[in-house]
Design a binder for this molecule. Sequence first.
Ligand SMILES: Cc1cc2nc3c(=O)[nH]c(=O)nc-3n(C[C@H](O)[C@H](O)[C@H](O)COP(=O)(O)O)c2cc1C
Length: 403
Amino acid sequence: MQITRKISDDIVYVGVGDKRLARFENLFPLPSGVTYNSYLILDDKVALMDTADSDVTDQFIDNIETALEGRTIDYLVVHHMEPDHGANIKRLLDRYPQMKVVGNTKIETMIHQFFDVDLTDRMVIVKEGDSLPLGKHELTFVMAPMVHWPEVMVSYDKTTKTLFSADAFGTFGDLDGALFNDEVDFPEDYLDEARRYYANIVGKYGMQTQALLKKAAGLEIEMIAPLHGPVWRSNLEYFIDKYQTWSSYEPEEKGVLILVGSIYGHTHRAADKLAAALKEEGVSKVKMYDVSKTDVSYLISEIFKYSHVVLACATYNNGIFPKMADFIHDCQALCVQNRQVAIVENGSWAPASGKLIREELAKMKKMEVLEPQVTIKSSLKKEQEEELCQLAKVFAQSLKEGE
Ligand SMILES: Cc1cc2nc3c(=O)[nH]c(=O)nc-3n(C[C@H](O)[C@H](O)[C@H](O)COP(=O)(O)O)c2cc1C
């Protein structure tokens, strides 16, 4: 059985969706799966654009064999060596003995690291701007180092004006039979997962992503074919604009994200009070999460989205409540920056989480702390309720600025 679709007259999607994988990179929950995209260009020469994860090998090979209709593969273009795309390189080298691998020198090195293969006379090394003629199609290679591994490159097909974008413009989520962005309700059903993918996987490398966007701006692109999620053939500016926003660490939306680290719920009550006060002040977008309940990858995605953040946190063994500390650590690792943040701390004998959170924020770029910092000693009292109302006013004013 094969499951393939054409993305143009002679380019066939041979990728595979996987709904069974629980966590991407054994880390990020996948409630609706993921796709491993791969594309076969059937020209005078046949080029396969990347392979797929070992979990889907059988279906992937079936797809390729059907699309080939008895032909063989001349070139395997490797854009990225992460095993969710590179796992089948050796298998394909064995299966198609005349196939050559196209990639840069770092890709060649990594192929040898991952596999015991002899690449003598089987490697075509390419650098920035090099081209590979296939017949009607000609691929031009553009290096994209650290988006999000060092060897990453993308390629551009002049004939169909397609950018094979590697992991850039990828999205979590299986596609349920769809292939193109205009076959799904992307803003409704995929945007959150696209942001979660970007923020957690590529988010650390904003500068490198900006460099790639700059190079891409010089190309006439009508289709973006990433390694995960839908192929973009319409409204490209919409998704490119999202990437501009995310990679420059600009908030996507004005609104307040409240993150609560609470052991017994008292800190939650304070967060509830603040949320209600924000509503009273006319703040339309307020979103609250318990950091113990929500996987940190969703919290990271949300902080990439919202302009303003409240960290409401209990003190735990003279430290920051562990789940909140984990979140802050992830923010630092992913270079989260440029947000307005307020702190609500709690402690029964020596509240310290506020001071410690402030120290962590100071290590990050452009994280402005809004005052007052509110200190609760066990449960919320009248005095702190007033401080929370005052903080809500400060937020409302800050949100209005620049409108
Ligand atoms: C294991 C544990 C360690 C704690 N460590 C501290 C501490 O170092 N300093 C402090 O002031 N309170 C400490 N507390 C108390 C809590 O911070 C305090 O009771 C707070 O009000 C809890 O808020 P919550 O109801 O939102 O969980 C600790 C509580 C627990 C359960």
